[in-house]
Design a protein around this ligand. Structure first.
Ligand code: TYD
Ligand code: ZN
Length: 404
């Protein structure tokens, strides 16, 4: 068996876990196939709520060796994401200048540094940069002079280094981690006494209010409320002193924590109060979300039936696209090809549906009647690149919309 069942909450250890969502059997969304007739293995995709700390978590954990065997994600393809990284760098640099004005260059460690998008921006802003990244295919070249350790983050790794960091960032990783205790203990170990841990995770509130269930897949083990995030950090002696909501990835939480007692910002109490009000600790807080998902699926399927026989191309071989296609049961009969700018993905086949992924310039010859936006979170950016084709754009989420 290449997965294990979750029996207790990874934040607080409670066994009071209640299932509130079942998306059926789903392939591993990033396991792109190299053959059109490949049969992708599928795993249950369900969410459990911890009624003690309000963490939402998948009911299973797929073995990371299987899950991350070939990870194609490249964050810098999106200029939106690059801008987001730049803003974060400037913001943290200004905070540092305020607290430690006598030192010129803060040291930052980015955990799961991916293709070093964030680190490059940080370097330009004036940071001394360091990264840790488990994927071998994402290591920077030597001439880029970015020190990245090729490993999974852990307390053991932190202890084996001499890291004393002014900032540790974790912007696309926390939701992927099974052993959060070990992760946070490692952060604590590597932080300078006044250092700040800045963690970003997709915010459960945005997923619930927008119905964006397509961020639910096997890599995302946890779906955080602020309360759950605060619980795991404070359990290990990192005090949360500020929280922000940022628009990246359909809406994310950016949480600031430290071993040092910084004054606690009003945002902390405000967000906890909001979550209590919304009933995020109880299954009934999730009923509308589940209904919205089913409604949106029904509306999309109705539209797809209405345009059957027309040329439909999907834009963005995103992980969320795989979830949408599989959950809605769409096939090659509905969507002929997927286009994506990521060279790694081109020529491969989307798992579960076998739809081929090609370079976006294929569309110039195909002249699609419809473009299904599977990377709907980058709608504006992609629309600018595709509007000359005069195709009708279908935006499946946050709620189904047709752009002519
Ligand atoms: P993304 O939404 O970043 O992530 P996820 O896989 O986590 O759902 O995926 C967007 C995909 O769209 C990614 O494969 C890159 C691709 N893309 C383009 O090909 N062109 C573009 O202009 C943009 C913005 C994205
Ligand atoms: Zn819990």
């Amino acid at each position: 068996m290449d997965y294990k069942q979750v029996t207790q909450c990874r934040v607080c250890g409670s066994k009071r876990l209640t299932k509130y969502l079942d998306l059926g059997m789903m392939p591993l969304v990033n396991a792109l196939e190299t053959r059109y007739d490949a049969v992708s293995p599928k795993y249950p995709l369900e969410i459990l709520l911890c009624e003690s700390c309000s963490l939402s978590q998948l009911s299973i954990v797929v073995d990371p060796k299987v899950l991350y065997a070939n990870y194609p994600y490249r964050s810098s393809i999106s200029s939106t994401f690059k801008r987001h990284c730049r803003h974060l760098g400037e913001k943290l640099y200004a905070m540092f200048a305020q607290h430690e004005s006598h030192r010129p260059k803060p040291a930052v460690l980015d955990i799961a540094s991916n293709d070093c998008c964030l680190l490059r921006e940080f370097r330009e802003v004036g940071f001394i940069i360091n990264g840790v990244e488990p994927s071998t295919n994402l290591m920077p070249t030597l001439d880029e002079l970015i020190p990245v350790t090729n490993d999974f983050w852990s307390e053991k790794l932190a202890k084996s280094t001499s890291y004393v960091m002014d900032f540790i960032t974790a912007t696309n990783v926390f939701a992927h981690v099974d052993d959060l205790d070990d992760f946070v203990l490692g952060v604590k170990q590597a932080l300078a006494p006044k250092g700040m841990f800045v963690v970003e995770v997709p915010y459960l509130k945005d997923m619930l209010t927008c119905g964006t269930f397509d961020t639910i897949y096997h890599e995302h083990l946890s779906y955080f409320t602020f309360r759950a995030m605060k619980t795991i950090l404070e359990r290990h002696g990192l005090t949360v002193f500020m929280v922000e909501q940022v628009p990246i990835h359909g809406g994310s939480l950016r949480v600031y924590a430290s071993k040092h007692s910084y004054p606690v910002d009003k945002s902390v109490g405000d967000l906890i109060r909001f979550e209590n009000l919304m009933g995020y600790g109880m299954p009934k807080g999730y009923v509308t979300f589940v209904e919205d998902i089913e409604d949106n699926k029904a509306r999309l399927l109705k539209l797809m039936r209405a345009i059957k026989g027309k040329k439909v191309v999907a834009y963005g071989a995103s992980a969320k696209g795989v979830v949408l296609l599989n959950y809605c049961g769409l096939t090659k009969d509905d969507v002929q090809i997927i286009v994506d700018e990521t060279p790694d993905k081109q020529g491969k086949f989307s798992p579960g549906t076998g739809i081929q992924i090609l370079h976006p310039n294929t569309m110039e010859a195909v002249h699609p009647d419809f473009i299904l936006m599977l990377a709907w979170n980058f709608f504006e950016e992609i629309y600018e690149k595709t509007k000359h084709l005069e195709s009708v754009h279908i935006v499946p989420l946050p709620s189904l919309r047709v752009v002519v």
